[in-house]
Write a protein that binds this ligand. Structure first.
Ligand code: ZN
Length: 66
């Protein structure tokens, strides 16, 4: 499942970083200069959003709810 990789350009040194999807509590940092690629609040928001999507897809099919 390695296709879920994002490219984020570092605001500090302009290096392109390939990062895995957002995870709560793990702020991605630049591989070159260790500058955080997103701020913590933004990271948490993305992580929560991904979790919500996952919950949504785990719902039983609507046709099964009779
Ligand atoms: Zn950097």
């Amino acid at each position: 499942m390695d296709q879920d990789v994002f490219i984020i350009v570092c605001k500090q040194c302009q290096a392109s970083n390939r990062i895995k999807p957002y995870a709560a509590g793990k702020v991605p940092v630049c591989a070159k200069c260790r500058h955080p690629l997103v701020d913590e609040d933004e990271n948490e928001a993305h992580a929560r959003y991904s979790q919500k999507l996952k919950d949504f897809y785990n719902l039983p099919d609507i046709n099964d709810l009779k």
